[in-house]
Design a protein around this ligand. Structure first.
Ligand code: FNR
Length: 190
């Protein structure tokens, strides 16, 4: 059964990108697909450094995150825009997960897998500019990134404090992105 992992590039308690990733994950929850949502605050890891890696190996949380990526076929990524790019958290987690350990193939956690990328920001552009470099990065590490994406502007008014998207149109659009990813995976599995 195809498996989807949804997460945000933010460990912030009230992360809007977590809220939209969770909403898209609801849309991906169709028959024949397994969907898991994770909170990146539970995967706190140091900034990647080759000296640290050589001395201490991969940190436990980086290993856990990589194992999750390895065991899933598609990812829903809520990407916070910082200064028009992706978040440091997401880049750092990808850098750790890209490191090869015994018996693994290069970029095994990513290669040939599928991603749906979305963003949310209280600002007027919704983080759309950060999706451009994220799409490029994921493509460069061998992923198929769905052409449809969504940037949710003015997000503070569209979600509640329990990470629910309360605006009907936004919810419908996010569910649509999640469903597209699920359908793509079902098609690819045939
Ligand atoms: C931001 N934010 C932001 N927003 C945006 O639309 N474009 C941008 O370039 C930036 N740049 C930026 C830089 C820095 C250093 C901070 C702290 C914030 C706002 C940011 O996207 C917003 O706070 C999001 O809500 C953060 O994501 P989470 O934590 O809510 O998922």
């Amino acid at each position: 059964m195809p498996k989807i992992l949804a997460f945000a590039g933010s460990g912030r308690k009230n992360s809007y990108n977590f809220s939209i990733a969770k909403c898209a994950a609801e849309g991906a929850n169709v028959d024949g697909v397994e969907v898991t949502v994770i909170d990146m605050s539970e995967f706190d890891m140091p900034i990647f450094n080759e000296d640290l890696e050589a001395e201490k190996g991969m940190p436990v949380n980086a290993k856990k995150f990589k194992q999750l990526l390895m065991s899933h076929d598609g990812f829903i990524i809520g990407n916070p825009e910082y200064n028009s790019g992706y978040s440091a958290l997401i880049k750092n987690a990808i850098d750790w997960a890209s490191r090869m350990e015994d018996g693994e193939k290069p970029l095994q956690a990513f290669k040939g897998k599928y991603a749906a990328i979305i963003a949310a920001s209280p600002g007027g552009l919704g983080g759309i500019r950060g999706l451009v470099p994220l799409r490029m990065l994921l493509g460069n590490i061998g992923m198929h990134v769905l052409p449809n994406q969504l940037a949710v502007s003015g997000v503070a008014k569209l979600v509640d404090e329990n990470h629910n998207v309360v605006d009907e149109k936004t919810q419908k659009n996010l569910h649509g992105i999640g469903r597209s990813l699920a359908e793509t995976l079902l098609q690819a599995a045939k």
